[in-house]
Design a binder for this molecule. Structure first.
Ligand code: GLC
Length: 529
């Protein structure tokens, strides 16, 4: 079975990742290949990936975009760690790098949400749709598209009329994060469906956002037009069938697309499969406290030197790091992830007694303990963490990302904090558990499917944001009390966390069985051009 996978990120290539999609697109194809699939992964080149060493020009595609034919070139790129059965391709065109060399997401301003990104990914989708009809690659049996970035491929396959019709192809769409949908207007803008694909004979209702009918919603297109819709954990697959309530109870649900998701579910097209995690033979050693402390200092200095003036985040972190002594803080609580509302909003809300949640967390950790947060993201949320760290000696916020520091923190921490407001699957908790660090998690989405409170970790929930914050603080106090007062009990939790397995082989087998197999049995089918 040949699977053609299209996504915005591919972490098998250097510089090919921003977030969790990159991890999945790096790890799922080798697992599929171990089960006998051939997988071709394709991403945009972003003006850089086609220049990687050992890139080979495969051929050119003539792609109809903005009313003319654009030449998009296809290159095969060798991954630094090649895997049998997996090939990596990039599509190159100047409009696939609108924000400079190597930039994956442009992060358009709120005044023009998704404008640059949506135009870039519309061209990407047009090229992918073209690729499915050319013989530059072996004929795919399955087209597997990831998140809104790749979803308009389905609209083009459905509505572009082509002499002889479209080649029959089983199409799978994976939702990594429903919070980002890529919504743009149908017309009246240079970043709009009619500007990208003038004369596409589409059916308006099939592509429209349910709340803003004058807009196209690529995420909704993926959900409506794919033969199978894949969600990255079973619990998230259930949560998104409800409307959610982001303002009151803090529940996210289907982010406005619950009716489309419920329809997909009723048609048997919605499938929740948990992502996996790699378990290498040689686990990284637990660094000594001085080694970890020095690694954090060195990394923060490197980040500080990245600009002519020192950012306050790096200045405050350096001052806090300088204050660390030879004695290991206890407990050492860690948190690694993108600094986005999804991941850290709860820390910045208030507890029932009026304290900011993060202050209550730091009070619970105590003056002998330390909370280290590593990540970057939303500048407003980052700054909020910097301000708390300037006041509180037991918070260090490392604003940046380093694989080496992350690895050390996973290996060295006592307790990993993951209070995500919603979590489609989550990867950090699996990495922390793999390193033997139990996790304290909000019981939502994939966190429910990976952490068993009282067995291999700790959990909290609540029917309002305040209840969630109070639950988090109480669960933290409980976990730290267990660590202090019941060493055998604590060791049992640690060992169980280290022993938990979320294997990519199981995920890949489920993908073949539940998402891809219908391609060979003849069920499903989109493209009746
Ligand atoms: C997104 C989600 C995360 C998931 C990842 C990979 O980043 O937020 O929960 O683990 O995609 O599927």
């Amino acid at each position: 079975m040949h699977v053609l996978m299209a996504a915005a990120e591919d972490d098998a290539l250097p510089g090919g990742k921003v977030g969790g999609i990159g991890d999945v697109v790096r790890d799922l194809p080798p697992a599929l290949a171990r089960l006998g699939c051939a997988v071709s992964v394709v991403t945009p080149a972003y003006g850089r990936l086609a220049e990687l060493a050992a890139a080979r020009h495969v051929g050119d595609l003539e792609v109809s975009f903005r009313g003319s034919l654009q030449t998009v070139s296809l290159h095969e790129v060798a991954a630094p760690r090649p895997t049998q059965g997996v090939r990596h391709y990039v599509l190159d065109h100047p409009d696939l790098a609108p924000c400079g060399r190597g930039v994956i997401y442009c992060d358009d301003p709120p005044s023009r949400p998704f404008a640059t990104d949506a135009s870039k990914f519309a061209l990407f989708c047009a090229a992918v749709a073209e690729l499915t009809e050319r013989d530059l690659l072996p004929t795919p049996d399955v087209l597997h598209l990831h998140d809104w970035h790749a979803a308009l491929t389905l609209a083009l396959r459905r509505y572009r009329v082509r002499p002889g019709g479209w080649r029959k192809l089983h199409c799978v769409f994976t939702i990594h994060n429903l919070a980002l949908q890529g919504i743009r207007p149908f017309d009246g803008d240079e970043s709009a469906l009619d500007a990208w694909f003038p004369a596409l004979p589409y059916q308006h209702a099939a592509l429209a956002d349910p709340r803003w009918p004058q807009c196209v919603n690529p995420m909704a297109v993926g959900i409506r037009l794919a033969d199978a819709v894949h969600v990255v954990s079973p619990t998230y697959a259930r949560e998104i069938l409800t409307p959610g309530d982001p303002f009151g109870r803090g529940l996210h649900g289907g982010e406005g697309l619950e009716a489309d998701l419920a329809a997909a579910d009723a048609e048997g097209r919605l499938v929740g499969i948990l992502n996996g995690c790699e378990y290498p033979q040689d686990a990284p050693p637990r660094p000594s406290w001085p080694a970890l402390r020095d690694a954090m200092r060195a990394q923060n200095l490197v980040w500080s030197a990245g600009r002519a003036t020192v950012a306050s985040a790096h200045f405050v972190a350096q001052a806090r790091l300088a204050g660390l002594g030879a004695r290991r803080p206890s407990p050492l609580v860690t948190s690694i992830g993108r600094i986005t509302a999804q991941k850290v909003r709860l820390l910045l809300e208030r507890a029932g007694d009026g304290r900011p949640a993060i202050e209550a967390v730091l009070d619970t950790i105590g003056e002998d303990g330390l909370l280290v947060i590593l990540g970057t993201g939303d500048p407003v949320l980052e700054q909020a963490l910097v301000e708390v760290s300037a006041r509180r000696g037991n918070l260090i916020f490392l604003r940046g990302y380093s694989d080496a520091v992350a690895r050390d923190l996973y290996a060295a921490g006592d307790l990993f904090l993951m209070p995500s407001s919603f979590e489609p699957c989550g990867i950090s908790q699996m990495l922390a558990m793999r390193a033997g660090q139990p996790c304290l998690v909000h019981r939502v989405g994939g966190l429910v499917d990976t952490v068993r409170p009282g067995v291999d970790g700790f959990g909290f929930e609540g029917s309002s944001v305040t209840a969630q914050v109070d639950g988090m603080v109480a669960a933290l106090a409980g976990a730290l009390a267990l660590r202090r007062d019941d060493r055998p009990g604590w060791q049992r939790v640690r060992k169980a966390a280290a022993a938990a397995r979320f294997s990519w082989d199981a995920s890949a087998a489920a993908c073949i069985e539940r998402l891809y197999r219908p391609a060979t049995t003849g069920a499903g089918g989109d493209d009746a051009a």
